[in-house]
Design a protein. Structure first.
Lengths: 342, 292, 325
C-alpha cells in the first residue's frame, strides 16, 4: 500500500463534563489511502461522528483531544498544528459534508454565496471568480439552472438540492479528503441513491479520498472499499468491504449485518441487536460488547480484547479469534437474561 | 419509550441546588436579605428621625461624616436614615405592585390561552394595543392629574399598567401545554376546566411567572424612583428612594452630590440584585440548551 | 404586503385613539376636574376661555365633550396651550424635532455600542472581557436614567476637561452671533451629555439582548459548517452568527422607542433640553392639560410608528420572510 493520506493513531477524544468524563473516542487508529473510500460504521453514540470532528479539530469544549493522540495528514500532525494552519486545511485540503442539509446551511445567505465563501477564504481570485467557480461547482453537482439557483436561499431548495449544495461546498477546492458524516440519512430513499452516485462520480473526477461515516451498511456496500466498525469509542473490526460482508468476525458486526433489511425478506424479520450502546461516561470493563453478545464468556469480562489479526488486512477485537469453536454455541446475551428491555 | 412532558418543571430541590451553585445568585440573595432586613427594621438601624428637621440653618447640606455617613439634605435631615426608611416604602410598593401585575397577567394570559377561538383573538388584540401604550407617559398623565394620591392608589395603578408582557408569555405557555398528553388525559378523566387550569396548567407556567416577578420588582423600583423624582410619584416628606433625590437639581448635584449618589446606589444595588436573581432563576428553571 | 401595512397602520390609529381616550377620561374624571380648574386659572385670558368652551364644549355632558375632543384631534387641532401662549400643535412642532434628534443619535449609538460589546463578549464566553462587559451592562441596566444624568453632570463639574456644557441646547448668549458651523458645533457640544446618557442606558439593554441571541445561535449546525470550511472564528461570530442573531435584535429596535422616550423625559429634565420631555414636565407643573394630553398622544404615535418600522426592517432582513410575502 502507498503512503497513507490520513493516519489516525491512538485518538482519544474525551468530554470533561461535571460529574464524569465521557470517553467518546477511546483509542482509535485507522488510515485512509489516497483516492480510496473508507467507511466507518456503527450505531449512534459509538464515537464515529466525534472521530470525524476530531480530524478537523472541531471539537468544542468541554470536549478535548487527549495527549498522545496523533492525526497525521500530508506530513502534519493535526492535533498539534497551530490554528492558522488548521483553518488553512479545513475546507481546502479536508472538507466535511454534514448530515442535516437544512441546518448545515446558513438561512440568511444565498447558497451560491456560501459555496463561494470557501473559494474566497482559500483561493486568491476575486469575489467574482469565487462566485463563478461556485456556480460551476453547483452545475457539476447536477443542480439545474445553477446561475439562478445560486442566488436563492436554502429554504427555497429541496432537501436533495441542499445536499448537492453541501457537496459543491465540500469539493470546490478539490480537497484531498472529504469526510461525509451520514450524508444521506436525512434524505428520501430515492434521493439517497442519487446523492451517493453523485459522490462516487465526483470522487473519480477529483481523485478525492472519502471518509464515509454512517450507521447504514447499505451505504458502505455502495461506496466503500474498506470498512472500520466502531463500538463504544473503539475500532472493533476492520476489513475490506468484500471480506466484511462475506466473513464478518466480530459479533457486533454480525449483529449489524443481521439488522440490515435483506432483499426478498419480509421486514418483520429484521433482527435488532439487543440492548443499547452504554453511556460513554461508563464503558463496561473487559470487552465492551459482552453484555449484548451471544457468545460472551468469562474471559470477555476479565480481559479487554486486543485487535486480533484474523487474516491479511482483517482485524477484530474479539476473543473468539482464540477460541473460534464457541461461535457454534450462542446463548441469550446478558442484557436479555437481566430482562433489560431492548 | 417513556414520553417525558416537554414542559416538565424541575423539582424544588433541583432548582434550589442550581441556584446555590450559581455564585452570583447567592450573592444577589444575600445582598437582598441585607437590604430587606436593614429597611424593614429601619427604626432599629436608622440613626435619626427621617422626617424631623433638627437644625434647618446649620445642619443642612452637610457632607458625609462620621455623624452622618450619607450626609444631610437641604432640610437638615440625615440621608442615611431617609434611605433606610425610604427603602421600606420603595420595596413594599414594588413588591405589592408586582404582585398585582403578575396576578392580572397570569389570569389574563391563562384565560386567553385556554379559551381559544374568538375570545382569544379579541383578548390578544386588546393586549397588542395596551402593549404599545408608553407606560411612563400614561402614568405621568394619571399622577399629574390625580395629584395627592395615596401610596395605596399609586401601587394599584402601577400594578394595573404592568401586566401586559407577562400575559402574552403565559398565554403562549398555556397554548403549548394545553396540547400535552397529561392535560388531555386529565380532560379524558373528566376534570373540569377550572380544575385543569389550576391543577395542571398553572404549575407548569410557573417558570415565566417567577422570572417575570423577580425582574418586575426591579423594574417597578426604577419606575417609582423615576416618577417620584419627577414629582408625580410618592410624595414627601415620607421618604422613598425616588423622592429623596427629587430636590436635587442639575446645578446642585455638583455640590451636594451625596444627596443623589447614596439613594441612587441603594436603588441600583437592589435592582441589580433582582435582575441577577431573575436571570439565575431562569437558568435554574430551564438551563440553556434545554430551551426550545 | 400592502394589506399587511394597512392593517398595521390601522393598529397604530387604534392605539392613538385608545391613548387619547384614556388621557381624556383620566383628566376629566380626576378629583376637582383639572379642566375646570384650568378655566378658572387667572392666567387664562377671556378669549382663550371662550375658545375652550367652544372647542371642547366644556358646558356640555362628558360623552359629547369626548366626541368633540377626538374629532378635533383628528382634524389636527390639538388645542391651545396657555403656558406657552400658543397653539399646542405649534409648541410640539418646535419641540418634537429636538427630542427626535436626541433619540436618533442615541438609537444609532446604542445599537452600534451594544452589538459591538456583545460580539466582543461572545468571542470568548466566560472570559474576563465577557465578565467585565457583562457586569458593566448589568450596572447600566439597573440604574435610574435621571441618576446617571445627575452623575454625568457631577463628573462634568469635577473634571471640566472639555468644558462640556451641562444644560440647555444652545449657548443663549453666544449662539445668535455664531456662523452656521459654529451653531452646529454649539448644539453638538450641548448634546454630548444627554446623548451619552441615553446611549449608555440603551446600549446595556442591546448588549444583554444581543449576547443572549448570539449564544443561542452559536451552537447551530451552520456555524459548525462554517468552521469546517476554514472560516476564522472572528468572521464566524461577526458574519455567520451575527447575521442570524441580529434578527431578534431588530424587534428590540421597536421596543427601544418607548425606552428612549422614557429616557428622554428624564434626561431632558436634568439637562434642560428643550424637547418633548421638557414639555411634559412643564405642562405637569403649570397644569397645562391640553399640552400634556397632546404630548402623551404624540409620544404614543412615535412609539407605535417605531414598532411598525421595526416590523418592516425585519421583513427586509429575513430572506425567509422577504420571499414568502
Amino acid at each position: 500500500m502507498d503512503e497513507p493520506l490520513l493516519s489516525v493513531e491512538d485518538l482519544h477524544t474525551y468530554f470533561h463534563t461535571a460529574p464524569a468524563v465521557a470517553k467518546s473516542v477511546d483509542g482509535v487508529s485507522f488510515t485512509v489511502a489516497p483516492g480510496e473510500t473508507l467507511g466507518i460504521v456503527g450505531e449512534s453514540g459509538c464515537g464515529k461522528s466525534v472521530t470525524a470532528l476530531s480530524i478537523l479539530r472541531l471539537i468544542q469544549p468541554p470536549g478535548r483531544i487527549e495527549r498522545g493522540s496523533r492525526i497525521m495528514f500530508e506530513g502534519k500532525d493535526l492535533v498539534t498544528v497551530d490554528d492558522a494552519t488548521m483553518r488553512d486545511i479545513r475546507g481546502n485540503r479536508i472538507s466535511m459534508i454534514f448530515q442535516e442539509p437544512m441546518s448545515a446551511l446558513n438561512p440568511v445567505f444565498s447558497v451560491g454565496d456560501q459555496v463561494a465563501e470557501v473559494a474566497r477564504i482559500h483561493g486568491r481570485g476575486s469575489r467574482q471568480d469565487a462566485w463563478n467557480r461556485a456556480v460551476e461547482m453547483l452545475a457539476l453537482t447536477g443542480i439545474p439552472d445553477p446561475e439562478e439557483r445560486a442566488k436563492q436561499y436554502p429554504h427555497q431548495l429541496s432537501g436533495g438540492m441542499r445536499q448537492r449544495v453541501l457537496i459543491a461546498m465540500a469539493l470546490i477546492m478539490s480537497p484531498a479528503l472529504v469526510i461525509a458524516d451520514e450524508p444521506t440519512t436525512a434524505l428520501d430513499v430515492t434521493i439517497q441513491a442519487q446523492i451517493l452516485e453523485l459522490l462516487v462520480d465526483l470522487q473519480k473526477k477529483f481523485g478525492t479520498s472519502i471518509l464515509m461515516i454512517t450507521h447504514d451498511l447499505g451505504v458502505i456496500a455502495e461506496t466503500a472499499s474498506r470498512v472500520v466498525v466502531m463500538y463504544c469509542g473503539e475500532v472493533v473490526e476492520e476489513a475490506d468491504v468484500t471480506t466484511l460482508f462475506a466473513a464478518a468476525h466480530h459479533p457486533y458486526t454480525e449483529g449489524l449485518m443481521h439488522a440490515m433489511p435483506q432483499l426478498g425478506e419480509p421486514r418483520a424479520r429484521l433482527n435488532v441487536i439487543p440492548g443499547s450502546v452504554p453511556p460513554p461516561t461508563d464503558w463496561p470493563t473487559g470487552c465492551r460488547f459482552r453484555e449484548r453478545c451471544p457468545y460472551a464468556w468469562e474471559l470477555c469480562e476479565e480481559e479487554h480484547p486486543p485487535l486480533y489479526q484474523i487474516s491479511q488486512a482483517h482485524t477484530s477485537r474479539c476473543h473468539l479469534a482464540i477460541e473460534p469453536e464457541r461461535r457454534a454455541h450462542p446463548h441469550p446475551p446478558l442484557v436479555e437474561q437481566l430482562g433489560v428491555p431492548a | 419509550m417513556i414520553a417525558e412532558p416537554s414542559h416538565a418543571i424541575p423539582s424544588r430541590g433541583t432548582i434550589a441546588r442550581r441556584l446555590l451553585a450559581n455564585r452570583s445568585a447567592v450573592a444577589a440573595i444575600a445582598l437582598l436579605l441585607v437590604i430587606v432586613i436593614l429597611c424593614a427594621a429601619a427604626p432599629l438601624f436608622a440613626p435619626y428621625d427621617p422626617i424631623a428637621q433638627p437644625d434647618i440653618i446649620r445642619g443642612k447640606d452637610l457632607p458625609p461624616s462620621a455623624l452622618h455617613p450619607f450626609g444631610t439634605d437641604g432640610y437638615s435631615r440625615d440621608v442615611l436614615s431617609r434611605v433606610l426608611y425610604g427603602g421600606r416604602l420603595s420595596l413594599s410598593v414594588a413588591l405589592v405592585a408586582t404582585l398585582v401585575s403578575i396576578t392580572l397577567g397570569t389570569a389574563y394570559g391563562a384565560v386567553a390561552g385556554y379559551a381559544g377561538g374568538i375570545v382569544e383573538s379579541v383578548m390578544m388584540r386588546i393586549l397588542d394595543a395596551l402593549l404599545s401604550i408608553p407606560r411612563l407617559l400614561v402614568l405621568i398623565a394619571i399622577f399629574a392629574t390625580w395629584n395627592d394620591l395615596h401610596a395605596k392608589a399609586f401601587v394599584i395603578i402601577v400594578g394595573l399598567t404592568g401586566w401586559y408582557s407577562l400575559s402574552r408569555i403565559v398565554r403562549g405557555e398555556v397554548l403549548a401545554i394545553k396540547g400535552e398528553e397529561f392535560v388531555m388525559s386529565a380532560r379524558a378523566l373528566g376534570a373540569g376546566r377550572t380544575r385543569i387550569l389550576l391543577r395542571h396548567i398553572l404549575p407548569n407556567v410557573l417558570t415565566p411567572i417567577i422570572v417575570a416577578a423577580a425582574l418586575g420588582v426591579g423594574h417597578v423600583i426604577l419606575l417609582e424612583a423615576g416618577l417620584s423624582y419627577l414629582g408625580v410619584g410618592l410624595q414627601p416628606p415620607t421618604p422613598s428612594w425616588g423622592n429623596i433625590i427629587q430636590d436635587v437639581s442639575a446645578t446642585q448635584v455638583a455640590t451636594v452630590w451625596w444627596l443623589a449618589f447614596f439613594p441612587g446606589m441603594a436603588i441600583i444595588l437592589t435592582v441589580m440584585a433582582f435582575n441577577v436573581l431573575g436571570d439565575a432563576l431562569r437558568e435554574a428553571l430551564e438551563p440553556r440548551g434545554m430551551r426550545t | 404586503m400592502a394589506r399587511y401595512l394597512l392593517g398595521r397602520l390601522l393598529q397604530v390609529a387604534v392605539v392613538v385613539v385608545l391613548v387619547a381616550t384614556i388621557t381624556f377620561f383620566l383628566i376629566h374624571l380626576a378629583p376637582g376636574d383639572p379642566f375646570a380648574e384650568a378655566v378658572a386659572n387667572p392666567d387664562v385670558t377671556e378669549k382663550v376661555r371662550a375658545h375652550w368652551r367652544e372647542a371642547y364644549g366644556l358646558d356640555r355632558p362628558l360623552p359629547e365633550q369626548y366626541v368633540k375632543y377626538v374629532a378635533s384631534i383628528a382634524r389636527g387641532d390639538l388645542g391651545w396651550s396657555f403656558s406657552a401662549q400658543r397653539p399646542v400643535a405649534d409648541e410640539l412642532r418646535d419641540k418634537l424635532p429636538n427630542t427626535m434628534f436626541l433619540m436618533a443619535l442615541a438609537l444609532l449609538g446604542s445599537f452600534a455600542v451594544g452589538i459591538g460589546a456583545a460580539v466582543l463578549q461572545v468571542m470568548k464566553p466566560g472570559s474576563l472581557t465577557d465578565r467585565v462587559i457583562g457586569g458593566l451592562s448589568l450596572f447600566l441596566f439597573s440604574l435610574p436614567e435621571f441618576w446617571l444624568a445627575l452623575m454625568m453632570i457631577f463628573l462634568a463639574y469635577r473634571f471640566p476637561i472639555f468644558h462640556i456644557p451641562i444644560g440647555g441646547m444652545i449657548d443663549s448668549t453666544a449662539h445668535s452671533s455664531l456662523g452656521l458651523g459654529g451653531r452646529i458645533a454649539d448644539v453638538a457640544r450641548h448634546a454630548v451629555l444627554p446623548v451619552a446618557t441615553l446611549t449608555l442606558i440603551l446600549s446595556a439593554v442591546v448588549a444583554r439582548y444581543q449576547r443572549a441571541a448570539l449564544l443561542d445561535v452559536l451552537p447551530a449546525e451552520y456555524v459548525k459548517t462554517a468552521r469546517a470550511k476554514g472560516v476564522p472564528e472572528r468572521t464566524i461570530v461577526r458574519h455567520h452568527a451575527l447575521r442570524n442573531a441580529l434578527l431578534p435584535t431588530i424587534s428590540l429596535f421597536g421596543l427601544a422607542f418607548p425606552a428612549l422616550l422614557t429616557g428622554a423625559v428624564y434626561v431632558e429634565k436634568v439637562f434642560s433640553w428643550p424637547g418633548m420631555g421638557q414639555v411634559i414636565i412643564n405642562s405637569i407643573g403649570s397644569r397645562d392639560y391640553p399640552l400634556l394630553m397632546a404630548s402623551v398622544i404624540v409620544g404614543s404615535i412615535v412609539v407605535a410608528l417605531g414598532s411598525l418600522l421595526a416590523d418592516l426592517l425585519y421583513m427586509v432582513a429575513d430572506p425567509r420572510l422577504a420571499y414568502d410575502r
